[in-house]
Design a protein around this ligand. Sequence first.
Ligand code: HEC
Length: 255
Amino acid sequence: MKKSSLFIAVSLVTLSLAAGAVASSSGQKAPKQVQWAFDGVFGRVDKQSAQRGLQVYKEVCAACHGLKRVAFRNLTEIGFSEAEVKALAATYQIKDGPNDDGDMFERAGVASDYFPSPYANDNAAKAVQNGAVPPDLSLIIKARPDGANYLFSLLTGYEAAPADAHLAAGQHYNPYFAGGVLAMPAPLSDGQVEYSDGTKATTEQMAKDVVNFLQWAAEPEMEARKQTGLKVMLFLFVFTAFAYIAKRNIWRKLH
Ligand code: HEC
């Protein structure tokens, strides 16, 4: 091994050890581990759950969080019909323009629009959220280590603050959040939404559903990618078998 690559390897190990130490010294709890339909090589999107998750996003999270990278038309991928997508888009007011007079205007949404964000910009969000900015949720599952389990744990993990925690007004305690103190109040409580498919809306169920939805939002190509991977593996397996048989035939005379 060259000296420079040895140096890089040693620094990487040291860095990751240091990062581990920081994470544990902040007292952040490791996320609960959940079995997800999208895990593993056969991973797929649980569309029923993702559809319920959209409802949770719309009725709860959207009050504070944007989803600006998801277009309404993409929702056909989790099983909505084009008519349903059109109808949903039309319930939103989208800022457009400028028109011929140079003014921005609002119009009803169409399928190719993206989810509008609740705040015009980060400062507007800070002004009403105790100085914290609710992050856009489009990519949040990929933006946090073990993102799906982390989000599930965050949503279901609120607790009364321990005696030594210092909470300012508008702050809340959650051991799964780095540092334990955050500006988001527990967003879910049992029965908060009413599911039309009869599923009971417990806090856990809503948390699972919104994770399934946001996982799809962050990685819409996941299912196709994993299926392609499986086909490639199958092809390589069959190809290797043929190559082996051919090799045996060609070399047989020399044995
Ligand atoms: C009343 C407003 C409000 C609602 C409703 C709300 N959030 Fe939040 N959320 C916030 C704020 C404010 C923050 C920033 C917290 C901080 O940094 O202290 C936040 C942060 C987050 C984070 C980032 C945590 C991190 O690791 O940085 C995630 C993920 C999140 N919210 C998900 C959700 C989901 C999912 C829902 C719906 C079930 C939801 N939120 C509903 C206000 C809200």
